[in-house]
Design a protein around this ligand. Structure first.
Ligand SMILES: [Zn+2]
Length: 678
């Protein structure tokens, strides 16, 4: 049943909306020249050319806010994971320990009746604990408990590499405590932000009413939450500022942090969190703590208790009874525009991935990921690294001194492909078949304790930051590594049936993108060992900034929805990585063609040259439909540009593109002021 689920309603919608194009089949999962709209000139709008028919034949599914290769693939992964979980959730005494954990966890999640009947369930003692707090010193202890088992009211506490000694893990405290996606939502006066604040007030009122407050009390609680969160937002640094790691680099002694904001009672907090002994920590945004220190003094205790209880409630809402689930979805809908809530099995598969990801991931790689895929990926990574090296060595604007340093950094980049060598051991997490919220809280506490226990220890470089089924990839500056989970090594990114040109435009470009992150506006500030250290000559640093500004200005002119433009500074790192990634992936492909003795690699397929198929493969990955609500929300919070600009923004900077498609000066895909960093 689940496999057919996407088809009927979906195709009916298409027939109604696009009568004249009803003959266009629903796009397949991989690359196909059927996606191309040949009525468009590729030199005028390449994205529209590469994606035109895909766009006509695709719609955002009702339970999504965006439809793009990542989400398509994610949906396919959900089906695979669902199969695994359906099998392991049968209460079979012969199951191995891993299957028992994931199966019972999933089974508790699917038990909607128990969730409906359970009321506040295991949340009740947690709320009572906050209600019983007598003074503000006691409140911080209650907050430590919420941080362990749920979400992060008031501020964030975590462990990570010391910015100046990446091998050492230290404690971090940082700004946080907001319910809406960004500080702008509380501060800006434009109509959409004002509307979102109204939605938040409604949502808070609803949850407190469901939790037992009178309508009057709940309305007052909502005003309290909004007022406190607005104060936290005002004390927060904006996302663009935070892109510069130097703005978050404030290591100090524990005593200095405590006296910076005495009303946080940090010593009590660390003791209540079970933090190992330590003497120094990093305070991401000291001004936040100074300002919120005043708020903790001026707000009455009862208001602060309301605020903390709210975070407990909102963290649990998706897993409580139906009215809580619906209220939570209504808020998400206002923010991102989905028409329908996802089927429960999808939500439960995602929750299992989130809470027991390396247990579920073991079973996922057993059925999906082979040794062959890993070998081909390793070969491509190697080819991309060679191309990036060649690219850097050939840069006209960089001195030999900095080039030498860049080479050292590039050679030090490690890669991880598929899944971790050592799986996380969840055997200490108690999973009970009939206790969903209890399971979620115990899994969260396990993860919090695991993170806290790292403080004062050497960095574990084997650890992964994404679970194996995740359709994504990342560069981590303190590890100086690129990581590709098994989930992304599938069509349209990586397709064993396809020619190298298409794969280099897909996963090849993704590899180049991640490598380039090591050298974007953030990554370039870290050295080969992952330390925040400037290895550039002052002159080369200035040359970099000049070229990065060109990219920032280019993307700042792209219109996302209505009159809303992209934030070129927020998206600078990603756009730099897209541009650099495309260039080095194409270089790697050209080398491959030159090295091919058979001459096959250089031949046309379906009438397109390998270079053209490279760009078409790139375009296919970014063909996307997004709801306007989602598009607006993304401009404020997402460092990635929308698909249209990830494609057109790159190709218009590339003479290689213009050559491949025979574009002429003056055409839109030929920028008169082409930007190039890498
Ligand atoms: Zn990126």
């Amino acid at each position: 049943m689940r496999l057919c689920r996407l088809l009927p309603a979906f195709l009916l919608l298409l027939a109604a909306g696009f009568a004249q194009t009803a003959s266009i089949p629903k796009p397949g999962p991989g690359f196909s020249i059927d996606n191309i709209d040949k009525t468009i000139d590729p030199c005028v709008d390449f994205y529209q050319y590469a994606c035109g028919h895909w766009l006509k034949a695709s719609e955002v599914p009702a339970d999504q806010s965006i439809w793009v290769s990542f989400v398509e693939l994610d949906e396919r992964n959900l089906v695979t994971l669902h199969d695994i979980l359906e099998k392991t959730s049968a209460n079979d005494p012969g199951r191995d320990a891993v299957n028992q954990k994931i199966g019972d966890f999933y089974s508790s999640c699917m038990d909607e009746k128990a969730a409906d009947a359970g009321g506040l369930g295991p949340l009740k003692p947690e709320l009572d604990r906050i209600a019983a707090v007598k003074d503000k010193a006691g409140l911080i202890v209650a907050i430590a408990r919420v941080h362990l088992v749920s979400n992060n009211p008031l501020f964030n506490f975590y462990s990570a590499s010391d910015l100046h000694n990446a091998n050492q893990v230290i404690a971090y405290i940082d700004q946080g405590g907001l319910s809406l996606p960004d500080r702008d939502y509380y501060i800006k006066e434009d109509a959409r932000m004002v509307e979102m604040r109204k939605h938040l007030v409604e949502y808070v009122t609803q949850l407190f009413t469901l939790a037992g407050q009178s309508a009057e009390q709940a309305a007052a609680s909502a005003q309290t939450v909004l007022r406190i969160e607005t104060a936290l937002a005002k004390a927060s640094m904006d996302r663009t500022m935070r892109r510069d790691p130097r703005n978050r680099d404030h290591k100090m002694t524990r005593e200095a942090a405590a006296s910076l904001a005495p009303n946080f009672y940090l010593d009590r907090y660390f003791a209540a969190s079970g933090t190992p002994a330590f003497s120094e920590l990093n305070v991401g945004n000291p001004d936040f703590f100074k300002q919120v220190n005043g708020l903790l003094d001026s707000e009455p205790l009862d208001n602060l208790k309301t605020y903390v209880s709210w975070h407990l409630l909102r963290g649990a809402a998706p897993w409580l009874s139906q009215p809580f689930v619906e209220a939570n979805f209504k808020m998400r809908q206002a923010l991102y525009g989905q028409k329908e809530i996802q089927a429960r099995w999808k939500r439960c598969v995602e929750l299992t991935d989130q809470d027991l990801g390396e247990a579920l991931g073991q079973k996922y790689v057993d059925v999906t990921f082979g040794a062959e895929g890993k070998q081909r990926m390793l070969k491509m990574v190697d080819a991309l690294e060679k191309s990036l090296d060649e690219d850097i060595q050939g840069l006209p604007w960089m001195t030999d001194e900095t080039k030498k340093q860049a080479k050292v950094k590039l050679q030090a980049i490690r890669n991880k492909i598929g899944y971790p060598d050592i799986w996380r051991d969840y055997s200490s997490v108690a999973i009970v078949r009939s206790d969903l919220l209890g399971n979620v809280m115990r899994a969260t506490e396990f993860e919090s304790n695991r993170q806290i226990a790292k403080i004062g220890k050497p960095l574990d470089r084997k650890e992964w930051g994404m679970t194996p089924p995740t359709v994504n990839a990342y560069y981590n500056s303190s590890y100086n590594e690129i990581v590709f989970p098994a989930g992304i090594l599938q069509p349209p990114f990586f397709d064993k049936q396809m020619d190298d040109a298409v794969n280099f435009g897909g996963i090849g470009l993704v590899i180049g993108h991640e490598l380039t992150h090591g050298f974007d506006d953030q990554g370039r500030k870290f050295d080969p060992q992952g330390n925040l250290r400037d290895w550039w000559t002052a002159e080369d640093g200035k040359e970099f900034e000049k070229r990065a500004s060109c990219v920032a200005d280019e993307y700042s002119n792209f219109v996302v929805v209505d009159d809303l433009k992209l934030n070129g500074r927020l998206t600078l790192g990603e756009n730099t990585a897209d541009n650099g990634g495309a260039r080095v992936a194409l270089m790697a492909l050209e080398h491959m063609i030159a090295d091919d003795k058979t001459g096959k690699a250089g031949q046309k397929i379906d009438g397109y040259t390998p270079e053209q198929r490279f760009f078409l493969g790139f375009g296919r990955v970014w063909c996307e439909q997004r709801r306007p609500e989602f598009a607006r929300a993304q401009v404020t919070t997402n460092p990635h540009s929308p698909g249209r600009y990830r494609v057109n923004g790159v190709v218009q900077n590339m003479p290689e593109f213009q050559k491949a498609w025979g574009c002429k000066a003056g055409q839109p895909m030929v920028s008169a002021n082409a930007c190039r960093v890498w």
